[in-house]
Design a protein around this ligand. Structure first.
Ligand code: EPU
Length: 337
């Protein structure tokens, strides 16, 4: 484990905005973490855990220690019909999905091509096309920063909900996820609840989709709707889909009969933030170096040389106009630093 100083983070965040870290450490094992936290000099310094940098907006330099998680390795254990797949926190999420698809382990295929790392995936309970991480999560190992010990978290202990977990709330900043175990299956029943998957399967004349077909269809839908961070900086959905009480929804729907919504927990409705933003005229809008994506208004992009502050300011304008029009306050899904 080597400690570096004044390291550029531009290539390490998918928005591609400029920022620097005062200290920077690449972590390749749990042992590396123990060594890092034994260093007296670093004890009082603020710390930031960085995985794939796909859910983060830097609005300033980080005057502390960036801990870049790079722990690799994927292994599996078959138990009858079940397969337990364990991956290092530094593995790239979409490569883990490819590994599962290639081995015909079912459960992850709807989450193909989500950017980011395995270690970050439980933090915000990533999800797409009808499946959330919590549906296939078994357990994870995490390093406790204050005590320097390793703890295993079960699914229940993670307290998952929509784009949320205990790692974003009660234990925020307390643990670093080093390894995640998923419970997949050798028998497969496709999840085609998301309309666009069904339509694309029909278009391809696939009646009995295999795991690889679902993965291919989901990848196709993603590529057609979402910008590739390798060519246009972005962090996926910038805002969460707002969850509101049914009473408020009924009122809104009477004013806006076309409003797009999904069922949520009892007494609540989830609204499509992309629709709200589009209705306010923001879809595909370009403002200086930033803007929203032409095919998905929920995604804010960096058209080249945007700074984090420019993107942040742009997101404030969106929040204000959605508030004015619908009386809904959008919350950012992306972490702001
Ligand atoms: N819509 C619009 N205009 C837009 C965008 C969306 O009207 O510009 C409406 C459309 O009716 C569309 C509906 O909203 O049918 C839903 O849009 P989409 O299918 O793109 O899904 P989303 O709700 O906007 C969520 C996740 C995405 C995930 C997709 C697919 C959140 C915040 N976002 O987006 O996750 O890929 O569903 O499951 O929950 C991410 O978290 O970074 C992410 C990309």
């Amino acid at each position: 484990m080597t400690l570096k100083e004044n390291v550029s983070l531009k290539e390490l965040n998918t928005f591609g905005v400029p920022a620097k870290a005062r200290y920077f450490a690449d972590i390749n094992s749990e042992q590396d973490l123990s060594e890092l936290f034994a260093d007296e000099k670093l004890r009082q310094v603020p710390k930031l855990i960085l995985g794939g940098g796909s859910n983060m907006l830097f609005t300033q330099d980080f005057d502390g220690l960036v801990i870049h998680m790079n722990i690799q390795g994927i292994r599996n254990r078959v138990d009858g019909d079940e397969v337990y797949v364990t991956a290092g926190g530094g593995e790239v999420w979409s490569e883990l999905v490819n590994y599962a698809v290639d081995n015909e382990f079912a459960g992850m295929e709807n989450m193909s091509l989500i950017p980011g790392s395995v270690g970050a995936s439980p933090v915000q309970n990533i999800g797409a096309y009808g499946v959330e991480l919590m549906d296939i999560f078994h357990s994870c190992r995490a390093f406790e920063i204050s005590g320097g010990t390793i703890r295993t978290f079960t699914k229940e202990e993670c307290k998952f909900s929509y784009r949320d977990s205990v790692f974003k709330s009660a234990y925020k900043g307390h643990y670093i996820i080093t390894e995640v175990t998923f419970k997949l299956s050798k028998s497969f029943s496709p999840n085609i609840s998301y309309g666009a998957i069904q339509q694309e399967l029909e278009k391809r004349n696939i009646l009995n989709p295999k795991i690889k077909d679902i993965s291919s269809v989901v990848s196709h839908i993603r590529v057609s709707k979402l910008p590739d961070p390798k060519t246009i900086g972005n962090a996926g959905s910038f805002f969460k889909n707002p969850v509101i009480p049914v009473g408020k929804f009924v009122q809104l729907q009477s004013n806006f009969p076309d409003i797009v919504y999904y069922p949520a927990s009892e007494g609540f409705i989830k609204l499509a933030a992309g629709w709200l933003i589009e209705q306010c005229g923001w879809k595909g809008k370009v403002s200086g170096n930033t803007g929203t994506w032409k095919n998905q208004a929920l995604v804010i992009v960096n058209h080249g040389e945007a700074t984090g502050n420019e993107i942040y300011y742009f997101s404030e304008l969106i929040i204000l106009s959605v508030k004015n029009r619908f009386d809904i306050t959008l919350e950012r899904e992306v972490n702001i630093l």
